[in-house]
Ligand binder design. Structure first.
Ligand SMILES: [Zn+2]
Length: 277
C-alpha cells in the first residue's frame, strides 16, 4: 500500500466514525420531534410511556444494546432503528468520501444525506415530515444550486443539455434546480389531490426539495424510484401479512431513498433508461 492509500483509508475510517456519531445525533433529533411536528429537544424518552431512557442509549451503535432493548417503564421493545440509522449513516459517509474525496461535492452530499436521513426517520416513526427540517432545506438547496452555478462548479449529477432554447438554459444548474423543484412539487401535488389522502403536503414539499437538489429531469428519476420502492415494500408487507390493506404506509421514507439513490446514480439510471427506449 502506498502512503496515499493508507492516508485515504484513515480518512475514510474517520468519516465512518463521524457518520456513526452524526447518526446518533440524527436519532436524538428525530426522536425529539413530536407527533405534531414540533421540536421538543430533551433527553431521549419512551414515545409510549414517556419514561426517560438512560443517557448511555445515546452511545452510537452500542447504546441500543447497552440499554437492554426494552423500555424501563412499559417494557415495550425499543425499535432497533437507532443502531441501523447510525450504521447506515457511518457507511454512507465513508462511501461518499471514498467516491468524491475532500471536495465541495462531498460537503453538499453530506448535508443533503443528513436532511434526507432525518426526514426518513421522522416520517417512518411519526408519520411526519417536520417543517422545521423541510422549510430551511428549501432555500438551502436553492442557495447551493446558485452557488455552484456562480462558481462554475459542475456537480456530478448535473446533466449536459445539448441543443438550444429551453434545454440549453438548463445547463445553468440554478435554473435546472428551480425547474426540477417545481416539477417535483407540482407532480406530487396532483397526486395528493387525486388520491385524497395517503399522501400529504409534507410529501409535496419534500418532492420540491428533491427537485431542487437533483434538478430537472432527474427529479422524475427520484420520484419513479420512490414509487417503485414504495410499491415493492407495500406489496411485500401485504403478502407477508405484516400490514393490512387499509393501514397507512408513509411515502416520505421512499422519497428520501429515491433522492439519495438519484444523487448517487441518477445520471447512470437516466442514461440506462434512455438507452432502452
Ligand atoms: Zn415506555
Amino acid at each position: 500500500m502506498s502512503a496515499d492509500s493508507i492516508f485515504s483509508a484513515l480518512i475514510a475510517c474517520l468519516f465512518l466514525l463521524l457518520g456513526l456519531v452524526w447518526g446518533a445525533v440524527l436519532n436524538w433529533f428525530a426522536g425529539s420531534v413530536t407527533e405534531e411536528g414540533e421540536l421538543r429537544p430533551g433527553p431521549p424518552s419512551c414515545s409510549k410511556c414517556g419514561v426517560k431512557r438512560p443517557a448511555k442509549t445515546l452511545v452510537p451503535l452500542l447504546g441500543y444494546f447497552m440499554a437492554g432493548r426494552r423500555c424501563q417503564g412499559c417494557r415495550e421493545a425499543i425499535p432497533a432503528r437507532a443502531p441501523v440509522v447510525e450504521a447506515v449513516t457511518g457507511m454512507l459517509f465513508a462511501a461518499l468520501y471514498l467516491n468524491y474525496g475532500l471536495s465541495w461535492t462531498l460537503l453538499i452530499l453530506l448535508i443533503y444525506s443528513t436532511v434526507l436521513i432525518t426526514l426518513f426517520v421522522t416520517d417512518l416513526e411519526h408519520f411526519i415530515l417536520p417543517n422545521v427540517v423541510t422549510y430551511p432545506s428549501l432555500p438551502l438547496a436553492a442557495l447551493v444550486a446558485l452557488a455552484v452555478t456562480l462558481a462554475h462548479y459542475r456537480l456530478p449529477w448535473a446533466l449536459f443539455f445539448s441543443g438550444s432554447g429551453f434545454m440549453a438554459l438548463l445547463n445553468n444548474f440554478f435554473l435546472c434546480a428551480l425547474v426540477g423543484g417545481l416539477c417535483g412539487a407540482l407532480l406530487l401535488f396532483m397526486v395528493v389531490v387525486l388520491s385524497k389522502g395517503g399522501m400529504g403536503m409534507g410529501d409535496v414539499v419534500l418532492a420540491g426539495l428533491l427537485g431542487l437538489m437533483v434538478g430537472f429531469p432527474l427529479v422524475f428519476i427520484a420520484l419513479f424510484l420512490s414509487i417503485l420502492a414504495g410499491g415493492i415494500i407495500a406489496a411485500a408487507l401485504l403478502i407477508s401479512g405484516r400490514k393490512k390493506r387499509r393501514e397507512m404506509l408513509p411515502f416520505g421514507p421512499f422519497l428520501c431513498i429515491g433522492g439519495i439513490v438519484t444523487l448517487l446514480w441518477g445520471r447512470e439510471i437516466l442514461g440506462w433508461y434512455l438507452g432502452l427506449i
